[in-house]
Ligand binder design. Structure first.
Ligand code: ZN
Length: 285
């Protein structure tokens, strides 16, 4: 086998939102959080597979991990750090910022940071809001994130979407307030609109070449690194099916799960990848 030749010299940022399949926001009406502990868990095996995939490709990534997961899988959390990846926070219990008030949101993100640092033994600089749930109506969330001691957030996907998105937010990293930068998920600009270029469902729905084209476009035309995200459950076609969910949610969650791993392999070969803090030069304040 020939060694993969990266197309670009720019290094992009690879990010993984570490949560189990039953914790996704689209299922929260069907699976009560009090029952999470009884659900058959898949996150450990899925993250282990991802760690192996990254090692094969000598790539590093940022793992935005739920405090809930770190608490139950401390060895896995420590392994993420030991293998040279960045441990970051996805909050404690996958609570959307848009569903919480100031105090409850602060509690969630503070307890996650303390727990991840305690378990992982490394400083946690970054936070990503579940479901990109920071928008015009709750910009106060950025104050909470900074006050909780995070240095960066990656909580905005500047696209039009029914569940999330601030389509007119900046497309590239910007200072939100003193001590905090926002690193939005990558989009490419075409015909006056932002198109998703940073993963999520789009990576599974559309052919791989579209993602590749969009990232290349950002690297070549904008001359900027991309930031791309996905979830451990997206490489797991065997995950237990959640009953009673609507057709749209079912389609979004289960489509092309069997193709994701192969697509990630191509993505890892076609581009160079590293952790967010390295790609965007984030330093502890
Ligand atoms: Zn999430």
């Amino acid at each position: 086998m020939n060694a993969p030749v990266p197309m670009m010299t720019l290094v992009n940022a690879l990010t993984i939102d570490v949560e189990d399949y039953f914790q996704v926001s689209a299922f929260d009406q069907h699976i009560h959080r009090d029952t999470w502990d009884q659900m058959p868990s898949r996150v450990e095996r899925n993250v282990e597979q991802l760690l192996a995939l990254l090692e094969e490709n000598q790539a590093h990534a940022t793992f935005f991990t739920l405090g809930w997961v770190a608490q139950r899988f401390p060895a896995l959390t420590r392994r993420i750090v030991a293998e040279g990846h960045e441990l970051a926070s996805h909050g404690y219990g996958h609570r959307r910022a848009s569903d919480l008030d100031h105090a409850a949101f602060s509690d969630d993100i503070r307890s996650a940071k303390a727990l991840l640092e305690d378990v992982g033994g490394a400083a946690v600089l970054g936070y990503r809001a579940p479901s990109f749930s920071i928008g015009k109506k709750n910009l106060w969330a950025f104050d909470c994130i900074a006050e909780a001691g995070y240095c960066y957030s990656s909580s905005v996907y500047p696209v039009q979407h029914d569940h999330y998105g601030m389509p007119d937010a900046p497309r590239f990293p910007y200072q939100v307030r003193a001590g905090l930068i926002e690193i939005p998920i990558t989009t490419t600009r075409l015909f006056g609109r932002n198109l998703p270029a940073g993963g999520g469902g789009y990576f599974r729905f559309a052919p791989y070449n579209l993602s590749r084209w969009a990232i290349l476009r950002v690297n070549r035309i904008d001359k900027r690194p991309a930031i791309f995200y996905f979830h451990p459950w997206e490489i797991d076609p065997e995950q237990p099916r959640v009953n009673g969910v609507g057709a749209k949610t079912r389609f979004r969650h289960y489509l092309n799960l069997h193709r994701t791993q192969a697509r990630l392999r191509r993505l890892l070969c076609d581009f160079k990848w590293d952790r967010v803090d390295k790609v965007f030069d984030v330093e502890a304040a």
